[in-house]
Write a protein that binds this ligand. Structure first.
Ligand SMILES: Nc1ncnc2c1ncn2[C@@H]1O[C@H](COP(=O)(O)OP(=O)(O)OP(=O)(O)O)[C@@H](O)[C@H]1O
Ligand SMILES: Cc1ncc(CO)c(N)n1
Ligand SMILES: [Mg+2]
Length: 546
């Protein structure tokens, strides 16, 4: 039988692409015969429209307990939408108690793994974890010179949080002399920073700043000294230094035993965000927010009997409303701190809608709604489009109040409607399954109808008297409780909520009450970011107490 040649396109030279969609010959092609030795290797066509897929390569150790190491790296990258390949430098026998054994991979084989990945797959960012020997560090540096990448994130793993040594003093010198000068950022924890600087004592934020500055002089473009192990600190504070300014990244310290792998995860999140195009500081901020959220949502999970458990990187998949295949992007936890803009307040404080939204996100808002009752459509639409970009770059959903047309035209993430606006089922017809719909409800009957109409959440209020919305009867805690107990959908409380009473709302511990929506408490203030940050801290403390 004459052999049938595959179509010329399949013989095209294979140019590796991060997301080459592969086409195979139609079934009419003759059955595969074993290629003669001289036969040309099959070439696979690259899709006509290759979709970018941010790609991180982790060069790190395996943690048998899967809390840290390449296991944490792969989960963290997947959670943030990046692909993660892995070169294994060591295999550790490890669990929630500590590290029971380490086997380093021969450096020649680390080199072979590096060549396999770097020669075939376009890697955007390399992230390093445990590098157990100077020889492995040298092999890595050589590979990076041969196969340059966009960015190098170095997590100088020497001592795990459990206190176990993961790479010896001889490696330290090679880290400092060869790897650090190639790094875009290094992320030592307190113990590692101390070792890098000759076992100096690091007890205060000021010590962390000095350490960051000293480590910067070893060559990396940026340094992040992580404060997870800082004694007696109420917040989890990291110090970032870029050679010019110090930035303290402050997050709530989550009370939990499940902190195994926080450093690996942070560095991998930084790498993933850089691979997605973020600037370094934005990447670090997003990474810290991810770790804080993952710890918060995992705080009561229990695996293992030791003092340091793993946490859930894929916590967002556990949302009760996550339906495989429904394209539903809604995560009820996004309702935690809901910023609702107000055109009058923006005018009063002389700030644009975009500035108001940026500041709220900077302060930690988890979802944003543009409620612009007095803005002309054209101006509103332009602002909405700009805010969609702002929110999307931070992974924060953006909803439009009432105006379905503006939501569609700006490709916002959804719409929030009141009882006198378009019914939710009509909105769903127009927006389709992949958008978020919220409905304002005061009664169990309205909550039931919102659920029947296919809404994703309900806003219940006004909980307290409010000036933001006229003729808005106050429900109080009892009214909120009644609706929450009846609702089949997640609930966000709204109406007169501020720093003084938000904690008491969350401490009610009502089922499916996922957060609070605020207007004046954020936007009728001089500094939106500060007010948002303060409110977020109050809410997280309240939730830890409830
Ligand atoms: N309990 C906590 N609550 C909130 N954030 C935390 C907590 N513990 C650590 N972090 C944060 O996690 C990130 C990693 O810091 P950490 O000091 O834990 O790194 P590490 O010691 O290298 O971690 P590991 O070695 O376990 O991977 C930092 O942003 C830190 O602020
Ligand atoms: C394999 C491995 N890499 C990194 C860390 C950091 O904690 C760990 N504990 N184990
Ligand atoms: Mg670490």
């Amino acid at each position: 039988m004459a052999s049938v040649q595959p179509p010329p396109a399949l013989l095209a030279p294979h140019r590796p692409s991060t997301a080459a969609a592969l086409r195979f010959p139609s079934p009419t092609v003759s059955p595969r015969v074993s290629p003669s030795p001289a036969a040309r290797p099959r070439r696979l066509a690259v899709a006509a429209r290759a979709m970018p897929w941010p790609h991180v390569l982790t060069v790190a150790g395996s943690d048998s307990g899967a809390g840290a190491g390449i296991q944490a790296d792969i989960k963290a990258c997947a959670a943030l939408g990046a692909y993660c390949s892995s070169v294994i430098t060591a295999v550790t026998a490890q669990n929630t108690v500590g590290v029971q054994g380490v086997h380093a991979v021969p450096e020649e084989f680390v080199g072979e793994q590096l060549r396999s990945v770097l020669s075939d797959m376009s890697v955007d960012v390399v992230k390093t974890g445990m590098l157990p020997s100077a020889g492995i560090v040298k092999v890595l540096c050589e590979s990076l010179r041969k196969f340059p990448v966009k960015a190098l994130v170095v997590d100088p793993v020497m001592v795990s949080t459990s206190g176990d040594t993961l790479s010896g003093p001889s490696t330290l010198t090679t880290y400092r002399d060869e790897l650090f000068p190639m790094a875009d950022i290094v992320t030592p924890n307190i113990k590692e920073a101390s070792k890098l600087l000759g076992d100096v004592s690091l007890l205060t934020i000021s010590d962390m700043r000095s350490a960051a500055e000293s480590i910067y002089k070893l060559g990396p473009k940026n340094v992040l000294v992580k404060g997870g192990d800082m004694p007696d600190s109420t917040d989890a504070i990291d110090v970032f230094f870029d050679g010019k300014e110090f930035i303290e990244l402050r997050g709530l310290r989550i009370k939990t035993r499940n902190t195994h792998g926080t450093g690996c995860t942070l560095a991998s999140c930084i790498a993933a965000e850089l691979a997605k195009g973020a600037t370094m500081l934005r990447a670090v901020e997003a990474a810290k927010k991810f770790v804080e959220s993952a710890l918060y949502h995992s705080k009561d999970l229990v695996i293992g009997n030791g003092p340091q458990g793993p946490f859930d990187h894929l916590f967002s998949l556990k949302s009760p409303l996550y339906k495989m295949g429904s394209l539903h992007k809604f995560n009820p936890d996004d309702l935690f701190l809901y910023a609702v803009t107000d055109s009058g307040m923006n005018k009063k404080w002389g700030r644009s809608i975009e500035d108001a939204v940026k500041a709220a996100i900077e302060g930690g808002a988890t979802i944003v709604q543009l409620r612009e009752k007095d803005t002309e459509t054209r101006e509103f639409l332009e602002a909405a489009k700009a805010c969609v970009e702002i929110c999307r770059s931070s992974g924060v959903p953006l909803l439009i109040n009432d105006r379905v047309d503006v939501a569609l035209a700006s490709n916002a993430d959804g719409v929030h409607v009141g009882q006198s606006d378009m019914p939710a089922w009509e909105v769903r017809e127009l927006l389709g399954p992949g958008k978020i719909i919220g409905v304002s409800c005061k009664t169990p009957a309205q909550a039931e109808q919102a659920w029947k109409d296919g809404a994703d959440y309900i806003g219940c209020g006004g909980v307290f008297p409010t000036t933001t919305k006229a003729n808005n009867p106050t429900l109080g805690f009892e009214g909120l409780r009644t609706v929450c107990l009846a609702s089949k959908l997640p609930v966000v409380a709204i109406g007169g909520i501020n720093a003084g009473n938000a904690g008491s709302v969350m401490e009610l511990g009502l089922p499916n009450l996922k957060g609070v929506a605020v207007v004046s408490a954020l936007f009728n203030q001089e500094c939106v970011a500060t007010e948002t940050r303060s409110l977020r801290s109050i809410l997280m403390n309240a939730c830890c107490r409830s």
